[in-house]
Every structure is written in C-alpha cells, then in structure tokens.
Design a protein around this ligand. Structure first.
Ligand SMILES: CC(C)(COP(=O)(O)OP(=O)(O)OC[C@H]1O[C@@H](n2cnc3c(N)ncnc32)[C@H](O)[C@@H]1OP(=O)(O)O)[C@@H](O)C(=O)NCCC(=O)NCCS
Length: 158
C-alpha cells in the first residue's frame, strides 16, 4: 500500500548541509532532471554555503537545493537557483521538505524576499511554488538556451 505523505512530513526524509561526498549523486540527479544541467564544478562552488542542502530519503541522496542571498538596493534578496529530486523519489514530499528548509535558511540569513525562475511549461514546479506562496512576477522571454521563457516568481519572507 502506498501512503501519500503530506508535504515534508515523511519521517524518512531528512535535510542537511551538502558535503563533497554528495556531489556525484547530485550531478546524477541534475542530469536526470534538466536539459541544461549544471556541471559538477558549479555545485562545488556552493559547498560550505548555507544554501546548499541535501535531502536524504531512506538513507540515500534524494534531492537538493541551491540558494543564496544577494543585496538588491540595500535589501537582501534570496534566490533559489536550483532544486531537483531524483525521478524515482518525486511526489512524496522531498521537494516540499527542501523548500520548507531553504526558506528558513534564507530568512535566517536576513532575506526579505525570495525569487526563483521556472520554465513556463513546468506546471508541476509552478504548482508547488504557488503552494509555497510564490507568485508570478514577470516573464523573461528566451531565458533558457532552447528559447523557452522563464517565469520569475517571488515570495516575501517574514
Ligand atoms: C519540482 C520537483 C523539485 C518537486 O519535487 P517533489 O519531491 O516531487 O515535490 P513534492 O513531493 O513535495 O510534491 C510537490 C508537487 O509536485 C508534484 N509532482 C511533480 N513531479 C512529480 C512526479 N514526477 N511524480 C509525482 N509527483 C510529482 C506532486 O504531485 C506535488 O504536486 P501536487 O501536490 O500539487 O499534486 C521535482 O518534481 C523535480 O525535481 N522536477 C524536475 C526538476 C525541476 O523541474 N526543478 C524545478 C526547476 S524550477
């Protein structure tokens, strides 16, 4: 019997900072998830950053998120740069658990707002972000290399 857990409540999902030993699994998931995947060294640069988190499910690396904080006219802006879950572990709350934790990390870093870009056609991810309080801000024509538009979504943090 499959039980659909509510977002982030699966006791088998745990979130922790990324380590070098995770990078092969991370790039494997990245390659399985995106047509323009980040290379290994792009992740390497975020090691030791508070915004690079790993989700473990039943002891395996199941997903990750990469985010940072920059200054925008004196205000701190969080940016979720990359998030993906292993194709076989989607739909059980791993992505939601990652989002929940990264929003807390960005808040702790002083971010007042958080933004992300999502492919216009990525309805699943857009639904997930809306559920987390993100709202569409603007469309960026041709943002992706294959010409697809991005939707920029933002959310205020408390
Ligand atoms: C978007 C993504 C990170 C969500 O992770 P997840 O662990 O599946 O998320 P959750 O389990 O918390 O579920 C969130 C929603 O995604 C849906 N979903 C998305 N892809 C799914 C899949 N392959 N299987 C099952 N459910 C999926 C869930 O049904 C749920 O939506 P709903 O509750 O409105 O039905 C994941 O689907 C993924 O890695 N996609 C490919 C990479 C990507 O598009 N990243 C986002 C770029 S902006």
């Amino acid at each position: 019997m499959t039980i659909r857990v509510s977002a982030g409540d699966d006791e088998n999902v745990s979130i922790r900072p990324a380590e070098r030993a995770d990078l092969l699994a991370v790039t494997h998931i990245e390659n399985a998830s995106f047509t323009q995947p980040w290379p290994y060294d792009a992740f390497e640069r975020f090691l030791d950053e508070p915004g690079f988190l790993i989700a473990e499910h039943e002891g395996d690396v199941a997903g990750y998120v990469v985010a940072d904080v920059s200054r925008n006219f004196g205000r701190r802006l969080g940016h979720v740069k990359d998030i993906a879950v292993h194709p076989e572990r989607r739909g059980i709350g791993v992505g939601s658990a990652l989002l929940t934790r990264i929003l807390a990390v960005l808040t702790a870093q002083g971010a007042r707002t958080v933004k992300l870009e999502v492919r216009r056609s990525n309805d699943g991810a857009k639904r997930l972000y809306r559920r987390f309080g993100f709202e569409p801000l603007r469309r960026v024509p041709g943002y992706y290399e294959d010409g697809e538009d991005a939707l920029v979504m933002i959310r205020k943090l408390e």
